[in-house]
Ligand binder design. Structure first.
Ligand code: ACO
Length: 353
């Protein structure tokens, strides 16, 4: 029987025009170009144009390019999978906003909340629908507007300098071409470290997991109160992302090689067979550590974090598309996409292009 696999038929990305350099950030917080470059490799990033770009609008722009390159129209799309951690609304999700932006029919729209590994998780979900023959054209989007929720005071500098905005999209389709398409993938999580890299407020947790109830009125004080966002959170500025950078680093450099090797082994390959690794653009130092661990050459790893910062769910589709546009991914290449991030969640997807 002919085997159906998932292939990427078209890709696109959208980057907002607003370029923000390290020196620009050093004007509003205590940091420096030297510190940021040395620790992260980042030179500049993009921020959304206020009152214009959102995760959904940027995702829609990236999607238009992917749809055109796949040689289909928006009316051919059967399902939208939208990955973001910086959603336009708490609810509804961004998928339906993309559907509206693109003027699509009543196709399903699914949101994926897996942060840095959102695109990998989305791809593995799409793969199930493709291999079962349920859908023929799935639009997978990763899009982020981090700049909307960062702390631009010195207090937030360890997180803020890392992140940038942007969107990437892919159309995936079935292929029966021998040996081509998605050969293997894996996804993982470890919720023990959920708070090590998190954006907790606003949220419904009411301090249960951190055992810190100081942000909330007691039932005696206020029996009926919104616990999502409280006056104390506003007063203390407790509504920004937090990250234990060194802890994230240690876990990332362990999980990246593991997940990459898992996909290669499942597909019957070794690291020597790999033509291109597209790592989630977390931090250049992480990517370099992984490259060294796996003994890959510079030509086998694509990085663009220097220009765009860490765009979380968007980083893999942007980097993949850019590498392909530059001719660095060719027909027949063995390409691995891999991510690690908040959750912790991680995973990889191995394609024969
Ligand atoms: N500018 C100047 N100084 C800074 C900055 C900044 N932007 N940020 C932190 N510092 C200071 C700290 O205050 C601290 O000062 P102190 O020693 O006086 O207390 C010092 O630099 C060292 O702080 P650390 O947090 O220990 O810095 P570290 O050397 O670990 O580097 C970094 C921080 C770059 C975040 C690093 O931990 C890292 O790369 N971690 C991986 C996390 C990551 O990549 N996250 C991306 C998102 S997650 C993902 O996508 C997987």
């Amino acid at each position: 029987m002919t085997q159906i696999r998932t292939k990427i038929a078209g890709m696109g990305y959208y980057l907002p025009k607003n370029v923000v350099t390290n020196d620009d950030l050093a004007k509003v917080m205590e940091t420096s170009d030297e510190w940021i470059k040395e620790r992260t490799g980042i030179e500049e990033r993009r921020y959304v144009t206020r009152f214009k770009d959102t995760p959904a609008t940027m995702g829609a722009e990236a999607a238009k390019i992917a749809i055109e390159r796949a040689g289909i129209t928006k009316d051919d799309v059967d399902l939208i999978i939208f990955a973001t951690l910086s959603a336009d609304y708490f609810f509804p999700g961004g998928g339906v906003l993309v559907q509206r932006e693109l003027g699509m029919g009543t196709i399903p729209a699914l949101d994926v909340r897996n942060q840095c590994s959102g695109f990998i998780y989305s791809m593995t979900i799409a793969d199930q629908f493709i291999r079962t023959g349920t859908y023929k054209n799935i639009l997978v989007i990763g899009s982020e507007s981090h700049s909307a929720g960062l702390d631009f005071s010195t207090r937030g500098r360890n997180v803020t300098v890392i992140f940038g905005d942007g969107a990437g999209a892919a159309i995936v389709q079935p292929t029966t071409e021998e040996g081509k398409g998605l050969l293997a993938s894996n996804i993982h999580s470890d919720g023990r470290y959920a708070e090590k890299l998190a954006f907790m407020n606003p949220g419904s947790h009411s301090g249960v997991f951190t055992k810190d109830f100081s942000m909330y009125p007691t039932e005696e004080e206020e029996p009926y109160a919104s616990l999502m966002i409280t006056p104390k959170m506003m007063e203390t500025g407790n509504y920004y992302p937090n990250m234990d950078g060194p802890f994230v680093f240690k876990n990332a450099v362990r999980r990246f090689p593991e997940t990459i090797m898992e996909s290669l082994t499942t597909a019957g390959y070794t690291i020597k067979d790999l033509d291109m690794l597209i790592p989630h653009q977390a931090n250049l130092r992480i990517a370099q550590f992984v490259q060294k661990t796996l003994q890959l050459t510079d030509d086998q790893v694509y990085n663009n974090i220097q220009k765009y910062g860490n765009t979380t769910a968007a980083s893999i589709p942007i980097a993949l598309c850019e590498a392909w546009e530059q001719g660095k991914i060719k027909d027949g290449d063995l390409v691995c996409l891999a991510a690690f991030g908040s959750g912790f969640t991680w995973g990889s997807a191995l394609f024969r292009w």
